[in-house]
Unconditional design. Structure first.
Ligand SMILES: [Zn+2]
Length: 236
């Protein structure tokens, strides 16, 4: 009868499961993974605050955009006038006319620039706040990149171990008769924590730790898969 041998195989399988569980816990709980999650939250928060600050200044940004477009157009206009002024064949009237146009455009330009300066100084505090959020976001972004690299490096070894444990588990399960594969799956699916364990010296179930009466131990020995009546784990 090789049933006893197979039941102890369930314990070996449980040990591999424990390994897998431990590796997955390590992956999720390393200091750097915790830090990474914290940084992601900070990043989101800073972006939300930046958006809010920008929304509060939406009128300023609309005006700024308009002014910057005007500046661009006027500069273009001045360039065109300057090109015309180099023309040697201009008569004195044209010369005066273009020079006046240039002067007036330059006045416009200076007016708009002053406008922008005034707007900026008016919204000085809010703009500083936005700058602060942008700096913070850049700092967090850099940290996120650095910590991600470390986590990736950390997980490299763990993932190798994980794949190794999982392939050992698969191989072992393949050597199990179908009914024991099914037993294992059923117990896992029902959320049984410890699938199989040796009985402890003081007659405690090795899976759940409940102290078993002699009658219960006899019942377990007689049952098909030697399952504990309290936790359904297999007691070997
Ligand atoms: Zn038990």
């Amino acid at each position: 009868m090789n049933e006893h041998f197979l039941l102890s195989n369930l314990i070996d399988l449980q040990e591999i499961d424990n390994e897998i569980y431990n590796i997955e816990s390590q992956k999720g709980e390393s200091e750097n993974v915790v830090l990474l999650k914290e940084l992601e939250l900070q990043y989101k928060k800073a972006n939300t605050e930046l958006d809010e600050s920008k929304n509060n200044l939406s009128e300023y940004f609309v005006q700024l955009e308009k002014d910057e477009l005007d500046i661009k157009n006027i500069k273009q206009k001045i360039e065109n006038i300057e090109a015309k002024l180099t023309d040697q064949s201009l008569d004195p009237n044209e010369l005066i006319n273009y020079s006046k146009q240039k002067e007036s455009s330059e006045e416009q330009l200076s007016k708009i620039s002053k406008n922008i300066e005034a707007l900026q100084s008016e919204n000085h505090e809010e703009l500083n706040e936005i700058k602060k959020y942008e700096d913070t976001i850049n700092e967090i972004k850099q940290k996120l990149i650095d910590v991600s690299k470390i986590v990736k490096e950390e997980w490299k070894d763990l993932d190798v171990n994980l794949a190794e444990s999982e392939s050992r588990k698969k191989e072992m399960l393949l050597t199990f008769p179908e009914e024991f594969q099914k037993l294992y799956d059923d117990l896992k699916n029902r959320g049984v924590q410890v699938i199989a364990a040796y009985k402890l010296e003081d007659n405690k179930c090795g899976c759940c730790g409940v102290e078993l009466a002699q009658g219960e131990i006899d019942e377990i020995s007689k049952s098909q898969y030697q399952q504990c009546p309290y936790c359904d784990g297999v007691v070997v």
